[in-house]
Ligand binder design. Structure first.
Ligand SMILES: Cc1cc2nc3c(=O)[nH]c(=O)nc-3n(C[C@H](O)[C@H](O)[C@H](O)COP(=O)(O)OP(=O)(O)OC[C@H]3O[C@@H](n4cnc5c(N)ncnc54)[C@H](O)[C@@H]3O)c2cc1C
Length: 502
């Protein structure tokens, strides 16, 4: 008897995760990817002896990857080596204050005592508040494909829903807890792991503080791209058919059911189900037939689900080491409220942005020639929404970024650059297709979507599912990898006929 068939559009982490799980569930799976390599935003670039991960540089919640590999009876450690990074971040403030973030409690308290009195109570209380929320999410958000409050209520009693601090935002709760500008700015920034605005994102995202301080942040030996290679190897072992350099051009629909896809050149690929790793809104805009139902759904999704921030990424190979920098560094803005207002409300890059610098060579000397550094410089900027936005002069904004870095202690940076490459929001959109060049998918916003994402099961067509940053549970490496797994569960529930094994 023939096996059921699945097509996955896109070989990002969400797509590969879904492909692996569906294969484990007995589907014959074909992954169709437009680019020449797998991994999507988890990508790599090399030049002049330097290697750069061009997307994610911080791995959190590695249990999600372990769970994926275990679902097909493999051990993650046989494919990649995950290492914990300490200190986790070095942070720099405009007034010269410098704080290291570490999961070593005594050291963290000592660091905090540079800017506040009696830090013990403040930190331990906040950590247990954050841990409680994370543990509640382990019962629901990280276990099932949740669509809305009605879904969430199936898994929690009222007292648990109240523990999620539903009336508050990330920034309100850090203010209540710390009432200290340095610590508020620092802890508010954790929500940028999912690209949202701390002043409007729901407080439940403060669980990211426990995710980082409690569970740790990690690096993958040889570079983060090894995660994609590990999944690629696993797909090979599972006989998933991966087709590269093959853009999908449209979804094939019969009687409101998706029956396959058409790729460039007019080739038709039939399947029982189609899983789109291209975000839901661009998938409806670009791949679905232009029916009134599709147009209505697209409009309603656009209204509720704004894209997260995008980024200006500068990859800088330098002729020297900047020894005062750690593996992960954040150089904060002077006025975070103004910074977030400019990015999220005014839709323009901040005059004085927070800048992240990752130097994987600090943990892994295969990433840069001896005595040199590989700086991955990420500045979050608004996505391209088209709404009242002026085009950005990226050459000029590069100077804003380099000026700030040199001003805040990276002296001689410009003179030291011997390799440079950059990605703008336009590049990110062209490369991977996310809405407006969004880095993390959908922005969590207390008012417009309550932190929920686009449903993984299409509301328009049967047989069509979505995975990745625009769907539950959201953006970032662990979340999109989880979305592939949770969507596979959803597919089991809805495509209920038993899958025949050949
Ligand atoms: C600069 C940057 C820094 C980041 N830093 C971190 C970090 O430190 N930690 C972290 O956890 N996360 C980070 N992220 C976020 C993380 O990389 C993403 O959330 C995640 O990789 C997205 O995976 P995805 O599966 O949702 O989608 P994508 O990776 O976008 O994959 C979508 C895939 O679909 C393909 N595709 C699109 N259209 C078509 C089509 N028509 N036909 C065929 N294929 C198609 C694309 O080419 C792509 O391969 C970062 C991202 C960026 C860009």
């Amino acid at each position: 008897m023939n096996k059921k068939t699945a097509i996955v559009v896109g070989a990002g982490l969400g797509g590969m995760s879904a492909a692996i799980r569906l294969s484990g569930d007995g589907y014959d799976v074909k992954v169709i990817e437009k680019n020449s390599n797998i991994g999507g935003k988890l990508n790599r670039r090399e030049g002049k002896g330097f290697t750069f991960d061009t997307g994610p540089s911080i791995l959190t919640m590695p249990w999600v990857l372990e769970q994926l590999f275990a679902s097909v009876h493999r051990r993650l450690e046989d494919y990649i080596t995950v290492e914990r990074v300490e200190p986790q971040w070095r942070t720099f403030f405009e007034d010269g204050t410098q704080l290291d973030v570490t999961s070593d409690l005594p050291n963290m308290l000592e660091e905090m005592s540079k800017v506040t009195n009696r830090p013990n109570r403040k930190l331990t209380d906040f950590l247990s508040y954050s841990q409680d929320m994370y543990e509640l999410c382990m019962k629901s958000f990280y276990k099932y494909s949740i669509q809305d409050l009605k879904d969430l209520k199936k898994h929690h009693k009222l007292n648990e829903l109240m523990q999620m601090d539903p009336m508050s935002t990330v920034a309100k709760s850090t203010h209540k807890q710390f009432n200290n500008p340095y610590l508020e700015q620092l802890f508010n920034y954790f929500v940028m792991y999912v690209g949202s605005n701390p002043y409007s994102a729901p407080a439940i995202l403060n669980q990211l503080v426990y995710v980082q301080l409690g569970l740790g942040i990690h690096y993958v030996k040889g570079g983060m791209y090894k995660i994609a290679e590990g999944m690629g190897q696993l797909m090979k072992e599972l006989r998933v058919d991966v087709q590269l350099n093959t853009p999908v051009q449209r979804l094939v629909v019969e009687n409101d059911r998706v029956t396959g896809v058409e790729t460039e050149g007019g080739t038709l690929h039939e399947a029982d189900i189609v899983v789109s790793n291209l975000e839901a809104i661009p998938a409806y805009r670009k791949l679905a037939p232009k029916t009134s139902k599709v147009k209505k759904e697209t409009k309603s999704l656009e209204k509720k689900f704004d894209p997260t921030v995008s980024g200006l990424v500068l990859l800088l190979g330098t002729d020297r080491k900047f020894d005062h920098l750690k593996h992960h560094n954040f150089l904060f803005s002077e006025d975070p409220e103004k910074e977030f207002k400019q990015i999220f409300e005014e839709g323009k890059p901040a005059d004085d942005p927070t800048i992240y610098i990752g130097i994987s060579a600090r943990s892994d000397d295969t990433q840069a020639p001896e005595g040199k550094d590989n700086l991955f410089v990420l500045t979050h900027v608004p996505p391209m929404t088209g709404k009242k936005q002026k085009p950005v002069d990226w050459d000029a904004y590069r100077e804003v970024v380099l000026d700030k870095l040199e001003r805040m202690g990276i002296e001689g940076l410009r003179d030291s650059i011997e390799f440079e490459y950059r990605f703008t929001p336009e590049d990110l959109e062209a490369l991977y297709g996310p809405n407006g060049g969004s880095i993390y998918g959908i922005a969590a916003d207390k008012k417009s979507n309550g932190g929920f994402k686009i449903p993984s099961k299409s509301q328009v067509f049967e047989g069509l599912y979505f995975v990745g940053g625009s769907t539950h549970p959201g953006g970032g490496v662990p979340m999109v990898t989880l979305s592939g797994q949770l969507t596979a569960d959803l597919i089991k529930e809805h495509e209920s006929e038993p899958v025949p094994q050949s």
